[in-house]
Design a protein around this ligand. Structure first.
Ligand code: PEP
Length: 264
């Protein structure tokens, strides 16, 4: 019996190229989910397993129209921390909330490295998402260099502490954390399940210090980094892995349907 509700998320990143392709992907995923003979579709529809898709902004509304009937939520890959104004190209929390987003990714490694999102910015975004009644998925994880230096714990502790600064204990029930070792993202190098589980346990010790044992034990922590149908069952069998954040494999309806219907 799981202590925490599993949450499986698909981050489409800047894919697919057109609206037609995005709607095809959403339709294909729902069709496969409903065809599966095991309990997967039932689990999702009855809310036993939570499933969230993160399409690019222009596709969010139409993807939501397709997937919501199957109990699947949508989220935004990013928001800006200001409420409104002269911030050309940016999207506000109120905007994604108004088109039905329930989740927002915060601190994804691609945002940190390619778009210079600092921990201070990420903290502002996490708080803004919570202010608007949505749930942040806070992504943390070490780079290859950090891993080689043996400082995975220090990096994760620093990111969790800085990115959740000022978030209340009550708001923590709406926060999901994704442990995503940067060296495993998009590389095909999935982290060993036991090693990932150890980092998840470590993150709980940080939450216990920042909040208390209740928050540490109830916060859902996903693993992300090259998750595939082949690796998902081993990961989800781990005591402290509560779901997966999936990039590349979520662009294939069959692969993501299999991942969502993990067997463990
Ligand atoms: C991600 O984008 O968060 C991710 C984990 O990507 P991938 O599954 O492709 O490694």
């Amino acid at each position: 019996q799981r202590q925490r509700q599993p949450i499986m998320a698909g981050n489409w990143k800047m894919n697919p190229a057109t609206e037609a392709d995005a709607l095809n992907l959403a339709n294909g995923f729902c069709a496969l989910l409903n065809q599966l003979e095991d309990t997967c579709a039932v689990d999702v529809k009855e809310g036993c397993t939570e499933v969230v898709l993160f399409p690019p902004f222009p596709f969010i509304s139409k993807v939501k129209d397709i997937v919501s009937k199957d109990g699947i939520s949508v989220g935004a890959q990013q928001v800006y921390y200001e409420n409104k104004g002269a911030f050309t190209g940016s999207v506000a929390a109120s905007m994604v909330k108004s088109v039905g987003c329930e989740y927002v990714l915060c601190g994804h490694s691609e945002r940190r490295s390619l778009f210079s999102d600092s921990d201070a910015n990420i903290n502002q975004k996490v708080r803004k998402v919570l202010e608007y009644g949505m749930r942040p998925i806070l992504c943390v994880g070490e780079t290859q260099d950090d891993y080689d230096l043996g400082i995975t714990q220090e990096v994760c502790a620093m990111q969790v502490t800085k990115d959740l600064r000022g978030v209340s204990k009550e708001d923590m029930s709406n926060v999901v954390i994704a442990y995503e070792p940067v060296w495993a993202i998009g590389t095909g190098l999935v982290c060993d399940a036991k090693a990932a589980n150890d980092v998840h346990k470590f993150i709980r010790t940080i939450l216990a210090k920042m909040y208390d044992d209740e928050v540490a034990q109830s916060t859902r922590i996903q693993y992300g980094g090259s998750v595939t149908p082949e690796s998902v069952d081993g990961l989800m069998a781990m005591s402290d892995i509560d779901g997966c954040l999936v990039g590349g494999a979520s662009l294939f309806a069959d692969k993501f349907a299999r991942i969502v219907s993990f067997k463990s």
